[in-house]
Design a protein around this ligand. Structure first.
Ligand code: 9MR
Length: 395
């Protein structure tokens, strides 16, 4: 009897298993290829982002741009529409429309927003730079204007911005004169170095919930830690800001790389992220792209010229992403445009021409870089990759 029952149970189990087969098949894990970047990044609590070109987002003839922007990314940055010249083209007259549309797009797609940018020497409105040049705006008045701008913009988007790039690209480059790194540009010239601490304090007062970042390029790896080492300069500056109680929460490393340079490995990049984290700061890659020179061979479609560039580009994306994954304080990895169809690179670098910088080609075919990013997100995990530690705004 017992034996009979056992056989019966086995038959029932087998039958159950057989009927369960189709159910299991339907519930199988999606393959890596079937998943979006944002879904794979979510396993690490990492936000994966892109800059958004609002013209492309609106282009009815370009539905793939919109679809990929919504489906692949969990955070967005305004490529241009939150810059001062876009928000206040005429003195005192704010044009919030395009930036509000982006914030709304993000809300509808469950995305967070990186605010870019509050204080930068580029893309300033002509009324401001001309007024300063012709003396109708004094330096004392300029400081008030900056405070009012930061306050108005941060308050307008209050509660809707996850991370603000408060100050952007304040440090000089080793090819500038003098070659020792210093604070460069319009704001430092007119307001002196104190404008940086002021900007963070004004931003904090306007939205105490947003994370406040300093953002710059060519700070992926340390050099010789001497006077011309920009990464070391920014690290030292961040350390001083923290020591003075300035409300800075993070440092954004833009990550504009090129395959013609000898770039870094994940350990060199990780060393810098660890250094910033050691100051109690969050980190983020904020504008990643990896461009290549468009030689005559590349332009003629010669695979012998194109393939090594696509491989080197992919490898550089991977270096930055692996370093970010390994640092639990690296909150987001944002690319500066996701398709070669809409990238700042070809318009900016013409002699020699450069391009091929993004994850998708001009026809929205995923490139090697896209698959490398995807594989890194999919195959990372404990013990070396653990979920992010959320950053709280510093008081
Ligand atoms: O991608 C932006 C491009 O459309 C603008 O013409 C350009 C003007 O300066 O700014 C580009 O974005 C920059 C970003 O705001 C700050 N870091 C460097 C980016 C590439 O130049």
């Amino acid at each position: 009897m017992r034996r009979f029952l056992a056989i019966g149970a086995a038959v029932v189990t087998l039958a159950g298993a057989l009927t369960a087969v189709p159910v299991l098949a339907a519930q199988r894990h999606p393959t890596v290829a079937e998943q979006s970047l944002r879904a794979l990044a979510a396993r690490h609590d990492l936000a994966i982002g892109t800059a958004i070109d609002m013209e492309a987002l609106h282009d009815a003839a370009d539905p793939q741009y919109r679809a990929l922007a919504a489906s692949q990314f969990s955070t967005v940055t305004a490529e241009n529409v939150m810059k001062w010249e876009a928000l206040e083209p005429t003195r005192g007259v704010y044009n919030w429309g395009p930036a509000d549309e982006l914030v709304d797009f993000a809300r509808r797609n469950g995305q967070r927003v990186r605010g870019h940018v509050l204080v930068w020497q580029n893309q300033l409105p002509a009324w401001l730079t001309q007024g300063v040049n012709d003396g109708t705006i004094s330096d004392a008045r300029l400081r008030d204007i900056l405070r009012d701008h930061i306050t108005a913009v941060v308050k307008h988007f209050k509660g809707k911005i996850w991370q603000w790039d408060v100050v952007n690209e304040a440090a000089s480059d080793p090819w500038d004169s003098p070659s020792s790194i210093h604070l460069k540009g319009f704001w430092a010239q007119h307001l002196g170095p104190g404008y940086i601490a002021d900007a963070f304090r004004w931003a904090r007062a306007a939205d105490p919930g947003a994370l406040l970042f300093y953002n710059d390029y060519n700070i992926e790896a340390f050099g010789d830690r001497g006077p011309s080492d920009k990464t070391w300069y920014v690290y030292t500056m961040a350390r001083q800001l923290r020591a003075s109680g300035v409300p800075i929460d993070g440092v954004g490393s833009q990550g504009h790389l090129g395959t013609q340079y000898a770039d870094y490995d994940a350990f060199q990049v990780g060393e810098v992220l660890d250094a910033f984290s050691g100051l109690g700061l969050a980190t983020a890659f904020t504008e990643v792209d990896v461009r290549s020179q468009m030689t005559a061979g590349v332009r003629a479609g010669d695979p012998a010229e194109i393939n090594p560039r696509l491989q080197a580009s992919a490898s550089n994306y991977s270096v930055l992403l692996q370093a970010c994954l390994a640092d639990r304080h690296c909150l987001s990895f944002t690319v500066w445009g996701f398709t070669d169809k809409h990238s700042w690179v070809p318009g900016w670098f013409s002699d020699p021409p450069e391009g091929l910088a993004t994850l998708y080609d001009e026809s929205y075919r995923p490139k090697r870089a896209y698959n490398v990013v995807k594989a890194d997100l999919a195959y990372a995990g404990p013990p070396y990759v653990l979920p992010r530690i959320p950053q709280k705004p510093r008081r």
